[in-house]
Write a protein that binds this ligand. Sequence first.
Ligand SMILES: [Zn+2]
Length: 473
Amino acid sequence: MSETTQGLNISFHGAAGEVTGSKHLITTPAGSKILLDCGLFQGKRVEAAEKNKEFGFDPSDIDAVLLSHAHIDHSGLLPKLAKDGFSGKIYTTDGTMDLCDAMLHDSARIQEEDEAYFNRNKDTLPDTFVKREPLYRTEDVDRVLKQFVGVKYREKIQVTPDIEAEFYDAGHVFGSGVIKLTIDTPEGYKKLIFTGDLGRHDMPILNDPEYAGEADYLLIESTYGDRAHEGVSTLKEDLAEIINKTVERGGKIFIPVFALERTQEMILRLEELMYDKKIPSLDIFIDSPLAGKLTKVFEQHPEYYDEDMKERHARNPQVFSFENLKFTESVEESKELNFIRKPCIIMAGSGMMENGRIRHHLKFNIENEKNSLLVVGYQAVETLGRKIVEGQKSVPILGHDFEVKLELKIFKSMSAHADMHALDKYVQSVKGLKKVILIHGEQDSREAFAERIKSMDLGADIVMPTIGEKIDL
Ligand SMILES: [Zn+2]
C-alpha cells in the first residue's frame, strides 16, 4: 500500500522491543488519530533524554489519548504532549486520573530540581555533565490535568465519531485498564484490544486481570514473555521471619519501595501480620511524600478493591490509616528517623535505591549488622540496588563507599506483571484474532512469547514492531 492510502493503521513510538516509552498511534480510514498511552522513556540518562525530545508525530494532529495506567513509562510525557500542541481529551479511569495528578507533579518537580542543581553548580560540574532542560514544568502538568476525563470500567466512551472505547480492569496497578476499541471502517466494525500492562492473579488490593472478549487485533505486553513467576505462598511467612529476627537483635527494617502499588501492598501485608500477631506491633514509616499522596488516592477509591479488600474496608474504612502507620513529609522528619533507637520499619524510595530518601537511610544504617534490608522489586543493571543484590561487599552511596553489613533478604515473587502462563491465557481468551502485536518487552522475551503463540494455531499473524514502524490493520 502507498503512504497516501487511508487505511486503518497503527504506528509505534515507544515500548516496541523495549519496556519504556509506551506510545502507539492509531489512524482510522476516516482520519481520526488517537494515541494509546504517552509514556516517558526511562533508562540511561543521556539516551533517554534524547528519545524523549521528539514524539515522531505532530501532537497537534492527535484527536484524543487513551491512557492505560499511571506508571510514568505510560503517562509521563502527557504534559509535554500538551505543551507541544495536543489540545484534545485524555480518557482514563478515575483512579488513574487521580494518581496521575500526584505522579506527574512529582515528575515535573524532579526535573525542575535537576535544573536548579545544574544552575547552582554549573561552574564546578565536569564538561561531560549535560544540562537538561526540563521536558515540562509544574504549570504544564496543571494544564494537562484539565484535559483528563475520568471513566468507569465497562463504560462506553465515544472518543471520536468513528471510535468507541471501553476500559476493563487490567489488575496491574490501581485503576489500570485494558482498553478495547471498536472502530467504524468502510469494511465494518474492527475491534482492537490494548492490554496496557497486565497484572497477575491473587495480588492484594486488586482484582485479577479481566478478559475483554473477542477482537480482530490484540496489542499485548510481553515483559515476562519468557518467564514464570515463583509462587507467593510463603511470602508472608518469610516476611514475618526476617522482621522477627531483626526485632530480636534490636535492628531496623528498611524496605526500598516504588511509591505506587508496592508501598500500599506492603502496608497491608504488614498490618495483617501485626493483626494476626505474627510480628510485634512496630512503627511503620512511609518516608516518601509521593507514596503518601498515592496512598490517599487508594483510600478515596474503594471501587477498585477486590473482594478481600472490600471486606477489610467494610470492617475498617481506614484501611490505610492505623496507629502504627506514619507518613513523613519534610526532610527534617525524615532525618529524625535516624534518632529512633527501637526497632521499626522504614519504607522509602526509590525502589532501585538510585535516588530518593532510601540512600540517606542506607548511608547511616548499611554498616550495622543488626539491621535488615528487604528487597521487594526488580533491580536494573548499574543501580545501587543491583550492586547490593549481587552481593558486593562495598557500595558507593552519596559519594562515599560503605560496607554492606546489614542482613539482606530478597523477595522475588512480588512483580506486578503477568508471567508467561498468564500472558498465554490472555491471548487464548481473545477469539477471532487476525493479528497479535507484541509490545512492551525486551526482544528475547517477545521472541519466546511469539513462538508459543505460533504453536497455539490461532491462524493470526504475529507481529513484533520496531520503533517508528507502521502496520496496516
Ligand atoms: Zn505498569
